[in-house]
Unconditional design. Structure first.
Length: 84
């Protein structure tokens, strides 16, 4: 299980799992419940490169959003995996 501290959103943390380059679990801590549940349901099962491509740069407040933060979390995960 991976954990990512968000920045600039109501959601404070994203907890997720990746297997075979697919997002298999995703939970947003705090933030808008409906939006967080919807975003998780739409992204679980998707290839993380697809998610990063589609969600990067979406803005809500402070120049970011929960979708953008998920893309950042997955990018960070990919970068850490590449170093292993």
């Amino acid at each position: 299980m991976e954990s990512f501290r968000t920045n600039g959103t109501c959601c404070k943390q994203i907890i997720f799992d990746v297997k075979d380059n697919k997002l298999i679990n995703c939970k947003f801590i705090n933030g808008c419940s409906g939006q967080s549940q919807g975003l998780a349901r739409l992204t679980v099962g998707q290839d993380i490169d697809y998610i990063i491509d589609k969600l990067s740069g979406i803005q809500c407040r402070s120049g970011t959003s929960c979708p953008d933060q998920l893309a950042k979390a997955l990018s960070d995960f990919k970068n850490r995996q590449a170093k292993i």
